[in-house]
Design a protein around this ligand. Structure first.
Ligand SMILES: Cc1ncc(COP(=O)(O)O)c(C=O)c1O
Length: 432
C-alpha cells in the first residue's frame, strides 16, 4: 500500500521516512536534481584546494537533509517559545554536550548560522556600538568581521588594525601591545582567515589583561585542528572563541561559540533573540553528528595529516618558485607569493581553474596589488585530506599547481592528471 502526501511524494507504508531521498527529488524537481548532480561531478572531477572548504560525512548530510528543518525552536533546550520542542531539544543538548567535551569549554552555543553571525553575537554580547576593537587587518590575513568598512564591524565599531612584520611576515606582538596601550580597546580579536602560522594566545591574553580588554579568538579556520589537539587551544586564554563548523571541522555550514561561564548568559542572549531568530535545528543535529565524529580518535590523525599534507604542498610550491609567505605553514593552509613567477593571483586562479584545480587568489602581506588582482594564492588541504591523500600525493599536487600557473597552454594535459588523481581519491565514492 502507498500513501500520497501533499507534496506529491510517494511513501511506502511501513517504511520510515527519514528525509534524504534523491530519487524523490529527481522525480519532483529534475532541474534542481541536475544542479546537485553537476556540483557533485564538479567536485569529483577536479582538485579542491580552497582552504575554507571540506567534504562532510554522509552521516552529516543525512542529518542536514532531515525533517528537523521543519521545527521552530526559538530559545534554548528546556526554554523554548514554541511547543513540541522536546525532540529537537535532544539534538541541541547532544551538540552542546559533545562540543563541551571536545573543547573543554565552560559554555557552548551551537546556534550561530555562520562564522559571521557568531562574531556579530560576540560583538553584541561584549560591546556597545562605537566601542574600540583591536583586530588583524584584512589585508594582512584578518576577516571582514574584524573591522572592514564594508561589514557591520567596521561600520558600527571603531576598529584599530594590527598586522604582520614586513621582514618575517609573522604577527608582531610588540605592535599589538603598543596599539592596545595607545587605543585602550574594549575587545581584542586574534584569529585570521589567511595566516599560516600558530597564534600565541597567551601573548594576546597578557596584552588584553594589561588594558582590561575582552579577548575574542576567532578560530573559524583552525577550529578542527584545535579539536584534533594538533595545535594549541584558545579556550584556556580567550573569553570567547567563535568558529565555523564547515571548514577544518568538516561539518555542516554554520557557526558556534565557546565561552567562559562569566559571559555565557550574555552570549546566549546575543545569539537569540538579539541577532538571530529560530535556530536551524537540522544544522544543529548535523553539528552534533560532526562533534561526535571529531571526538573519535581517528579525527586527530586526520588533523595531523591535514598539516603534513599542507607542509608537503608548501615545500613543493617553494621548490617551484612560488614562495610560501612566512616560508611555510603550521596549519591546513598556505599562502604563496607569485611575484617570482610574474603572474597575478587572479590570473593564477584562472589558469588553475582551466586545469581543474579550484583555489583562491589572495592578498599577501604588503601586497602591491588590489584584492581583485592580488599577488598571491591561498591553498588548503582539508578536502584532499578527507579524500585520503597523503604527503606524497601533495607533492604531485604542488607540481601540478605550479605547472598550471606557469604553462597555461598545458591546461588540458594537466587537467587529465588532475582528473586521474581525483578519481583515485574520490569524495563521496559511488556505492557498488
Ligand atoms: C577568520 C574568519 N572568521 C569568520 C568567518 C566567517 O564565516 P562564514 O563565512 O561562515 O560567515 C571566516 C570565513 O571564512 C573566517 O575565515
Amino acid at each position: 500500500m502507498v500513501a500520497e502526501n501533499a507534496v506529491n511524494t510517494v511513501i511506502t507504508e511501513g517504511e520510515p521516512f527519514y528525509g534524504p531521498d534523491f530519487g524523490m527529488l529527481r522525480r519532483n524537481d529534475p532541474e534542481m536534481a541536475q544542479v546537485l548532480l553537476d556540483e557533485l561531478e564538479r567536485t569529483r572531477g577536479g582538485l579542491q584546494l580552497i582552504a575554507s572548504e571540506n567534504f562532510t560525512s554522509p552521516a552529516v548530510l543525512a542529518a542536514l537533509g532531515s525533517a528537523l528543518t521543519n521545527k521552530y525552536a526559538e530559545g534554548y533546550p528546556g526554554h523554548r517559545y514554541h511547543g513540541g520542542c522536546e525532540v529537537v531539544d535532544r539534538a541541541e543538548a547532544l551538540a552542546v554536550e559533545r562540543a563541551k567535551l571536545l573543547f573543554g569549554a565552560e559554555h557552548v552555543n551551537v546556534q550561530p548560522y555562520s562564522g559571521t553571525t557568531a562574531n556579530l553575537a560576540a560583538y553584541a554580547a561584549l560591546l556597545r556600538p562605537g566601542d574600540t576593537v583591536l583586530a588583524m587587518a584584512l589585508s594582512h590575513g584578518g576577516h571582514l568581521t574584524h573591522g572592514s568598512r564594508s561589514n557591520f564591524s567596521g561600520r558600527w565599531f571603531d576598529v584599530v588594525s594590527y598586522g604582520v612584520r614586513r621582514d618575517t611576515e609573522l604577527l608582531d606582538y610588540d605592535e599589538v601591545r603598543d596599539l592596545a596601550l595607545r587605543y585602550r580597546p574594549k575587545m581584542i580579536i586574534c584569529g585570521a582567515a589567511a595566516y599560516p602560522r600558530l597564534i600565541d594566545f597567551a601573548a594576546f591574553r597578557g596584552i588584553a589583561d594589561e588594558v582590561g580588554a575582552w579577548l575574542l579568538a576567532d578560530m573559524a579556520h583552525t577550529i578542527g585542528l584545535m579539536a584534533g589537539g594538533v595545535i594549541p587551544s584558545a579556550v584556556p586564554y580567550a573569553d570567547v572563541v567563535t568558529f565555523t563548523t564547515h571548514k577544518s571541522l568538516r561539518g555542516p555550514r554554520g557557526g558556534g561559540i565557546l565561552c567562559t561561564s562569566e559571559v555565557a548568559a550574555r552570549i546566549d542572549r546575543a545569539v537569540f533573540p538579539f541577532t538571530q531568530g529560530g535556530p536551524l535545528m537540522h544544522a544543529i543535529a548535523a553539528k552534533a553528528v560532526m562533534f561526535g565524529e571529531a571526538l573519535r580518535p581517528e579525527f586527530a590523525g586526520y588533523c595531523a595529516k591535514m598539516i603534513a599534507n599542507c607542509r608537503a604542498l608548501a615545500d613543493t610550491l617553494a621548490e617551484e618558485g612560488m614562495r610560501p609567505v612566512t616560508d611555510g605553514t603550521d596549519t591546513h593552509l598556505a599562502l604563496v607569493d607569485l611575484r617570482g613567477l610574474g603572474v597575478s593571483g587572479a590570473e593564477a586562479e584562472r589558469r588553475c581553474a582551466a586545469a581543474g584545480i579550484t583555489l583562491d587568489r589572495s592578498v599577501i602581506p604588503y601586497d602591491p596589488e588590489p584584492p581583485t588582482v592580488t599577488s598571491g594564492l591561498r591553498l588548503g588541504t582539508p578536502c584532499v585530506t578527507t579524500q585520503g591523500m597523503e604527503p606524497s600525493d601533495l607533492v604531485e599536487v604542488g607540481r601540478l599547481v605550479a605547472r598550471a600557473v606557469r604553462e597555461p597552454r598545458a591546461a588540458g594535459e594537466i587537467g587529465e592528471r588532475v582528473a586521474a588523481l581525483s578519481a583515485a581519491h574520490q569524495a563521496y565514492p559511488c556505492r557498488r
